[in-house]
Write a protein that binds this ligand. Structure first.
Ligand code: PLP
Length: 360
């Protein structure tokens, strides 16, 4: 397994000699408003009978519900143990010879290629462009690859490529398979309209995660969406019972309560739009920290002057606040950190502490 993700509250708690629950985890990008209380209550009720029987081996029920909810053919979707499982299966499922990754981005696409012995190139969006990728230049690089990984909105930059531009890119390169990771798209304003799921292009698969928007990372549920031919390639690598019973129950609940989930997602979007603005505004007068535009639940910051990522990370860690040091993201440097937004009170406390310290 490859290390280097955010969310390592256990290691940090050990180091600080406190309980993991005493740490404010701003390194893991999950919905600060979740999980939905009614979902937790439902899972609590059905826990005993759910964990005492085998779940459906192929998750067919939840795939059907997911497909119905998003107007997809059930043959166009597949469920698995988090979107991570698909990321690691894709290079061998698609028999990738050469991949290209649009970065700076989530390290697991590269790690999945390494694990499968697949060579890959990275194309980095420029800092001077606010990390908005130049798709025309990226397109020029596609002739050398058969599989392209694109995270949209991107982790850790928060940059969103409008669906129209993405569709044009994918249509213009029918020989390349595009893997579009939409794990953070539900956080974006009008996220549904920006999705490539159901785009109908035979060379596109979409990754969908329940971990982020519904704050269920411990349950491990993700979906792959694409044309049946692509889904069939991925099916060959799926293990039986790879979605556990509780996870299947959670999906059933979410897919059959559209009014509750729509309201929850809408509330999340409004909340995050306000919090992104407040967070940036609260540090506006601190000259050594600048933020990039984000459409999602986290903000990438660039540090300057005497501040490195390690220094800021250490300072906040001593206060039991965990952020993501982005030094190990290809295409970034030791001057970048990522903040995952939390409740309004926590965000306020963190910005106050940072502003005071960075100005002193
Ligand atoms: C961009 C991106 N894709 C996928 C994942 C994995 O999510 P899941 O919990 O669905 O495996 C993460 C987790 O941090 C992520 O940041």
């Amino acid at each position: 397994m490859i290390q280097g993700h955010g969310g390592n509250i256990f290691e940090t708690a050990e180091r600080l000699r406190c309980a993991p629950s005493e740490i404010v985890d701003m390194s893991s990008n999950v919905n600060p408003l979740g999980p939905m209380p009614e979902l937790v209550e439902h899972l609590r009720k059905i826990l005993p009978e759910t964990i005492s029987v085998l779940p459906r081996v192929d998750s067919a029920d939840i795939v059907g519900l997911f497909a119905r909810r998003y107007n997809l053919d059930p043959f166009c979707a597949l469920a698995s143990n988090g979107s991570t499982q698909f990321i690691y299966d894709i290079p061998r499922a698609f028999e990738t010879k050469k991949a290209i990754i649009l970065g700076p981005t989530y390290a697991d696409y590269a790690d999945a290629c390494r694990m499968q012995g697949v060579s890959f190139d990275e194309f980095f969006a420029e800092e001077d462009d606010g990390f908005a990728p130049d798709l025309s230049r990226f397109g020029d690089r596609l002739s050398s690859a058969d599989t392209a990984f694109i995270c949209n909105p991107n982790n850790p930059t928060g940059a969103l490529i409008p669906a129209r531009q993405l569709r044009d890119l994918c249509s213009a390169h029918p020989r390349v398979r595009f893997v579009v990771d939409e794990s953070y798209l539900p956080f974006a304003p009008e996220g549904d309209r920006q999705s490539m799921a159901g785009c109908g292009l035979g060379n596109v698969v979409v990754l969908n995660s329940m971990s982020k928007i519904y704050r269920l990372p411990g349950l491990r549920i993700g979906f792959l969406i694409g044309q049946p031919e692509m889904i069939q390639k991925a099916v060959r690598y799926r293990q039986p019972w790879c979605v556990n019973g509780l996870a299947q129950e959670a999906v059933s609940y979410l897919m059959t309560h559209p009014q509750n989930t729509d309201a929850f997602v809408a509330k999340t979007r409004v909340f995050l739009a306000a919090e992104r603005m407040n967070f940036v505004q609260a540090l506006h007068e601190v000259p050594d920290i600048r933020f990039y535009n984000s459409s999602t639940s986290f903000l990438l910051a660039k540090l300057s002057g005497r501040f490195t990522a390690q220094k800021v990370w250490d300072f906040l860690c001593r206060q039991r606040i965990l952020i993501r040091d982005c030094t190990n993201f290809g295409g970034l440097t030791d001057r970048f950190v990522r903040f995952s937004l939390k409740t309004h009170d926590i965000n306020t406390i963190v910005t106050q502490k940072l502003a005071l310290w960075m100005k002193s």
